[in-house]
Ligand binder design. Structure first.
Ligand code: SF4
Length: 298
């Protein structure tokens, strides 16, 4: 049975990660937001440090936003820090500091979507729910969808995933399938010979039939999970936004000071582009513009 094989594999091979030791929805949320776009190794020390500074949802809700953005340093994508605080404030103001349990209510919290609501319901409250992140989506596609058919819709994949969750074992099942996607069923070179599910895998069977089962998945095969190609980071707006936030963590700055600072880092941009980027940061709530001074929100 697939569930038994996967869970047995996870029990032996799963990594000992700190957020797997908690059922506190606040800690689960912190971990999930940090893990979006950031590698596990970088998240672990930041997770511990963040929780030492903001140990519970009430503390985070009441903290100065600038302190949270500063604590987020090194994780990138600073908007996640804002979402985290907005969620904390909603939980405190609307639910007396207790996270809702059901997915539908969780999804009404700011910044909480399909994935995060499912993750909290499952990893904090141990509910038998299904949700998709990049790793789970890839495993579900490879295992259970027809490799010769068009890629199923997101809802179909969610339905497929939901059919697999074994009753009463949602927590370990979802941890296990995520882990399989992270370390065995990887995007470009799945380690099928080491996979506990290879006997049940539609994708592996198809490649065996094509006599190339031991080769990595051909990266250009469009039907495989379309792995997103990130735009170049160097010189991108995202890099400039990050450098601006880094500078403002030190102190408020004028536009001219920021321009000089960015130029000293080798980032070339004209004043109009800088103004546009600062305005975007302002719209996202990451900076406050006070006359010519730009600073982190209080
Ligand atoms: S057999 Fe290969 S493709 Fe199938 S789930 Fe396992 S690692 Fe992924």
């Amino acid at each position: 049975m697939i569930a038994n094989a996967l869970i047995a594999w996870f029990t032996t091979n799963g990594r000992d990660l700190p957020w797997r030791h908690t059922r506190d929805p606040y800690r689960v949320l912190v971990a999930e937001l940090m893990l979006q776009q950031t590698q596990v190794e970088r998240v672990i020390p930041k997770y511990h440090a963040f929780l030492a500074q903001f140990p519970d949802v009430q503390t985070l809700a009441a903290a100065p936003t600038s302190a949270i953005i500063t604590a987020w340093q090194g994780l990138g994508y600073n908007r996640r820090a804002l979402y985290l605080q907005r969620t904390a404030q909603a939980v405190v103001s609307q639910y007396a500091g207790v996270f809702p349990r059901d997915v539908a209510t969780l999804k009404q919290l700011p910044g909480i979507g399909d994935y995060t609501s499912g993750a909290i319901a499952c990893f904090a409250y141990e509910q038998d729910v299904a949700f998709l992140d990049t790793n789970i989506r890839r495993v579900v596609l490879r295992l259970w969808s027809d490799p010769h058919a068009p890629i199923p819709s997101e809802q179909s994949l969610r339905d497929l995933a939901a059919q697999q969750v074994p009753a009463g074992q949602g927590w370990v099942w979802n941890q296990a399938i995520m882990e399989l996607g992270a370390i065995i069923c990887t995007a470009t070179a799945p380690k099928c010979p080491r996979c506990p599910l290879r006997g049940d895998c539609g994708d592996y069977a198809a490649r065996l039939a094509a006599d190339d089962a031991l080769l990595p998945l051909p990266p250009a095969k469009p039907r495989r999970v379309a792995e997103r190609k990130d735009a170049p980071f160097a010189g991108s707006n995202r890099q400039i936004r990050g450098r601006i936030i880094d500078a403002l963590r030190e102190s408020p700055q004028s536009g001219a000071q920021l321009h000089t600072h960015l130029t000293s880092l080798g980032l070339t941009l004209d004043t109009a582009k800088l103004t546009t980027i600062i305005a975007g940061l302002g719209r996202d709530g990451l900076v406050v513009v006070d006359g010519d001074i730009i600073k982190l929100p209080e």
